[in-house]
Design a binder for this molecule. Structure first.
Ligand code: FUL
Length: 472
């Protein structure tokens, strides 16, 4: 029987090098800090006086240290939010730190963050809001586009390696507001030229916004989806338009983006993996009134497992206060999250195990290869993936409550359905099942003392691969 052409087409779509590098970061921080921190709002009007910006004890090293301790691998800073105030002394506007009392106008928050990230071994990324409520060129087409590109150039040339440029689709101008025709392709060209390794996220071709700001994830987060999900108009339509209405849910038609049904008949598919973004606090910026709104550890861990553990990445926002520091409560919560991650993934008990399989492509792609920490060593099913099995023998009995699986995504996303069994008293007991594996799938189940774990690939596109099989 001839396979549906689109399945083979989808199976052949692979990530770029920059997407692969981004995917490995898994869990990283947003920092929302700026004029709004001082005016106690989420969206500034753009008319704020730069005199208001004065974080007397700003300590970007504290932010970076905390990010590191939380188990995160990068920081994305709001270099300019919708109010247009720039956290670096841009040569193209007088609405910046240069005109503030902070460090007598000689400070540069972007520099301090970039340096702190380097010191703590974190990647650094920039958020530069396309929507700008301050600048008079906004709404005037080319003049604003030139301004925006010049600012991008400053950020992408003066601060070392940038791993991501986060382009927000939000705009609250409304029907009668100013209408700017963004030169998206021109913005992307600047990024590609100056930082070819950087992913362009959200309103961009490399990383897909999950579609809400509440940390809600799909149970099947496919990386290969119809191209129109990356169109600027699609992102804009989903994005926030009113400060009091942050997007919290998916609309039902957006729940399935990449199954066979969802890609059927689509003539252009792309690799467009999901990023889940949410804030530790209720809002994005610091407000004293939200000191009791922090998400509890349990909730944060759930979001982690449902994003990083389900083929997405997790961008969690921290909100430094007026002092320029992350408040004690926030620090405590994040340190406990870092500690919980250490506990949960303390020792991979599968390290010295044996894996047997019921099929493999050739001798260098047997089940055993899935245990290697080298991502280029992996199990490959060969041509008939459906029904393939990997049986892990831990060599002895251990208390296990989760396994981690990964596909070799360099050769595409193939697996569509899988089941996990554990052996109890000589019988296989089903403990988990799912669709997508992709970059990473963490399957949690009630802890049992076991020696054998079986993964069955029930259904896959052209073949199946497993490059990681860990047990905790
Ligand atoms: C939204 C913005 O409007 C919020 O203020 C925040 O920056 C969030 C990450 O994106 O679209």
């Amino acid at each position: 029987m001839k396979r549906n052409d689109n399945i083979e087409y989808a199976a052949g779509i692979v990530p770029s090098e920059r997407q692969l590098a981004w995917q490995d970061l898994e869990f990283y921080a947003f920092i929302h800090f700026g004029m709004n921190t001082f005016t106690d709002v989420e969206w500034g009007s753009g008319n704020e006086d730069p005199e208001l910006f004065n974080p007397k004890n700003l300590d970007a090293r504290q932010w970076a240290r905390l990010i590191k301790l939380s188990g995160m691998r990068a920081m994305i800073l709001t270099c300019k939010h919708h109010d247009g105030f720039c956290l670096w002394p841009s040569a193209y506007t007088d609405h910046s730190v240069k005109y503030s009392p902070w460090k007598d106008g000689k400070g540069d928050v972007v520099r301090e963050c970039a340096d702190a990230c380097r010191e703590y071994g974190l990647k650094f990324g920039v958020y530069l809001s396309p929507w700008d409520r301050h600048d008079s060129r906004y709404g005037e087409g080319e003049a604003y586009n030139r301004y925006y590109k010049n600012q991008l150039k400053e950020l992408l040339t003066n601060y070392g390696d940038i791993f991501c440029v986060w382009l927000d689709g939000a705009c609250g101008e409304g029907k009668n507001g100013r209408k700017q025709d963004y030169d998206w392709e021109g913005y992307y060209a600047v990024v590609r030229e100056l930082q070819p390794g950087a992913c362009i996220c959200v309103t961009g071709p490399d990383v897909r916004w999950v579609g809400n700001e509440a940390g809600v994830c799909r149970s099947s987060e496919w990386s290969v989806v119809p191209y129109w999900h990356s169109l600027q108009a699609t992102v804009e339509a989903q994005s926030q338009k009113d400060v009091s209405k942050p997007p919290r849910k998916f609309s039902p038609q957006d729940v399935d983006l990449g199954s066979r049904k969802a890609i059927k008949g689509c003539n252009k598919l792309i690799w467009y993996p999901a990023e889940v973004n949410t804030s530790l606090r209720k809002g994005w910026f610091y407000h004293e009134s939200e000191d009791y709104s922090l998400k509890p550890l349990r909730k944060l861990m759930d979001i982690y497992y449902n994003s990083v553990g389900a083929n997405g990445s997790f961008l969690l926002n921290l909100s430094p206060n007026k002092e320029g520091k992350i408040a004690e409560k926030d620090v405590e919560t994040m340190i406990s999250m870092g500690a919980q991650l250490e506990i949960d993934f303390n020792e991979n008990l599968a390290e010295d195990s044996v894996i047997t399989d019921n099929r493999h492509l050739d001798d260098s792609h047997t089940g055993q290869a899935a245990l290697s920490y080298n991502p280029e060593e992996y199990w490959h099913s060969g041509e008939n993936p459906d029904g393939s099995e990997l049986i892990l023998d831990l060599g002895d009995e251990y208390d296990i409550n989760k396994i981690v699986l990964a596909e070799h995504i360099r050769t595409g996303q193939q697996i569509e359905e899988f089941t996990v069994y554990i052996k109890i008293k000589d019988k296989w007991k089903k403990v988990s099942e799912g669709t997508v594996i992709g970059h990473k799938r963490i399957c949690r189940f009630d802890e049992e003392r076991i020696r054998y774990i079986k993964v069955v690939i029930e259904k896959a596109r052209c073949f199946a691969t497993i490059s990681k099989f860990e047990a905790y």
